[in-house]
Design a protein around this ligand. Structure first.
Ligand SMILES: [Fe+2]
Ligand SMILES: [Fe+2]
Length: 470
């Protein structure tokens, strides 16, 4: 089904047929635009070369044009409905999926949608000021693309809240615009979404590690027995791929530039040559990876076991798994601190589903590290390696919260950990150095000296294309 762009809210959910819902969303729209004006990109622009979804099908969802940011057509787009779709897991496995929500699951589903929905505007708020220091017009355009799509993901969740959860859904939709990243009185729900994204190295790490958490959460909701949620998440995942691309290639280019400078000046200390030293890149990686792991929650959770059994939320790539998809008998090994050792314990697979998801995520994160090390190799730099720290490092949530684990995976005393903290996590001096490099480069085709240029432009455009006009 294609998207109706003649409507105030472009959609492929037949909004015009449901006047009550249409009116409710139309009254939410000005509040969204007000939020975008106040909390969205701080840099004024004339227009931006953006991708807009005009259809959810293969051909239509990536339509490029110059757009004034506040005129971006945020809409409600669900992937095509599969009339034969059946529940793939849990107690209702094999039954048809739900088009309406069974009463007993309302509260849980609403909570899942609110928590996901809360992250979408949060990242726009976190990235609000980055445009002021963009390293190139290409990067500036990518930032805005990510921002408008996170805005659309908010729309996706708000649609579900309005369409399926009545009064309490409308209240929650309202509240999504009232909480703000880092706010004292009304912070965002999850920790990582209240951290700052003050510079572009943080932005690339965020889009690599934290957006990737989003990909995995959406992957579990895509399996949901509640079909509208599944179809919404399926389409969001398509857009999410670009956010991963921004993170992966962003870090590629920081590493590439670091390697060039190390070769050119024959030193690791490239800070005084205008680069970001590998040690600093590793510390930023340690930070963003560890706070993103916290987003997976505790390793074990009876809530999540219940979500699975009742069909609300599946596993990553549920249908590709070779097991019974019910998991009442299965066990799995989970790492756990025990005194000053880290041991592996066997737990029921059903209660360890957060651990299962996190494991898939870690495997995925590892591919980036391999790729960045390959860049170092290609520059003949063999003495340095980037690495993911141990899963227990710097954790505030789950089995390792309160433990002092080194990046290498050793449990040490609190004082010993604190004494070495500055070699593992960004220090005020590291942040000040990164910040000192953040100067806007707005001439077409030019790029900041701390970053290598991208391999190619957007949608076949040349690198010196005017991706943003002021
Ligand atoms: Fe998103
Ligand atoms: Fe994203």
């Amino acid at each position: 089904m294609s998207i109706d762009y003649s409507e105030r809210i472009p959609n492929n959910v037949d909004l015009a047929e449901d006047r009550r819902l249409q009116r409710a969303l139309e009254s939410w729209q000005p509040r969204f635009l007000q939020w975008w004006g106040e909390m969205g990109p701080a840099l004024p622009t004339q227009d931006v070369y953006l991708r807009t979804a005009v259809d959810v099908g293969r051909a239509g969802w990536a339509n490029f044009d110059r757009v004034r940011l506040p005129d971006y057509r945020w809409g409600i787009f669900l992937a095509e409905r599969d009339p034969d779709r059946r529940i793939a897991f849990g107690q209702h496995k094999g039954e048809p999926v739900w088009q309406q929500i069974p009463g007993e699951h309302r509260a849980s589903l609403q909570r899942l949608i609110v928590v996901q929905g809360d992250t979408e505007p949060a990242s726009v708020e976190q990235q609000r000021r980055l445009g002021l220091t963009a390293p190139s017009l290409y990067d500036l355009r990518n930032l805005f693309q990510v921002n408008v799509e996170e805005g659309r993901h908010l729309w996706a969740m708000v649609y579900l809240l309005h369409a399926y959860f009545g009064r309490s859904g409308r209240d929650e939709a309202e509240a999504l615009l009232l909480r703000h990243s880092g706010s004292e009185d009304a912070p965002r729900i999850l920790g990582a979404f209240n951290e700052e994204t003050p510079d572009w190295l943080s932005f690339f790490m965020f889009t690599y590690f934290t957006d990737r958490d989003g990909k995995y959460q959406l992957g579990t909701l895509k399996e949901s027995a509640f079909d509208p949620l599944s179809r919404t998440c399926e389409f969001m995942l398509k857009e999410e791929a670009h956010h991963m691309f921004v993170g992966t290639t962003g870090v590629d280019r920081v590493v590439e530039r670091a390697a060039q400078l190390m070769r050119e000046h024959d030193t690791d200390d490239i800070a005084r040559h205008g680069g970001i030293p590998l040690g600093v890149i590793q510390k930023y990686l340690n930070f963003h990876y560890s706070i993103s792991l916290d987003l997976f929650g505790g390793e074990t959770s009876t809530n999540v076991a219940n979500y699975f059994s009742s069909g609300l939320k599946g596993r990553w790539q549920e249908e590709r798994r070779g097991d019974d998809h019910v998991l009442t008998e299965a066990v799995t090994a989970v790492e756990h601190p025990d005194g000053d050792a880290i041991v592996s314990v066997e737990l029921p697979a059903l209660t360890a589903l957060n651990h299962d998801l996190r494991t898939a995520y870690i495997r995925d994160c590892d591919t980036g590290v391999t790729r960045w090390n390959r860049i170092l190799d290609s520059h003949g730099i063999t003495g340095h390696r980037l690495a993911l720290p141990h899963v227990g490092f710097n954790r505030k949530v789950g089995a390792f919260a309160g433990c002092h684990v080194t990046p290498a995976g050793q449990i040490v005393a609190a004082a010993a950990w604190a004494a070495r903290r500055s070699s593992w996590l960004p220090t005020p001096a590291d942040k000040a150095h990164v910040e000192s490099l953040m100067r806007p480069v707005y001439e077409p085709g030019m790029i900041a000296a701390w970053l290598a240029p991208p391999r190619s432009g957007i949608n076949g455009q040349p690198l010196d294309y005017q991706y943003v006009r002021f």
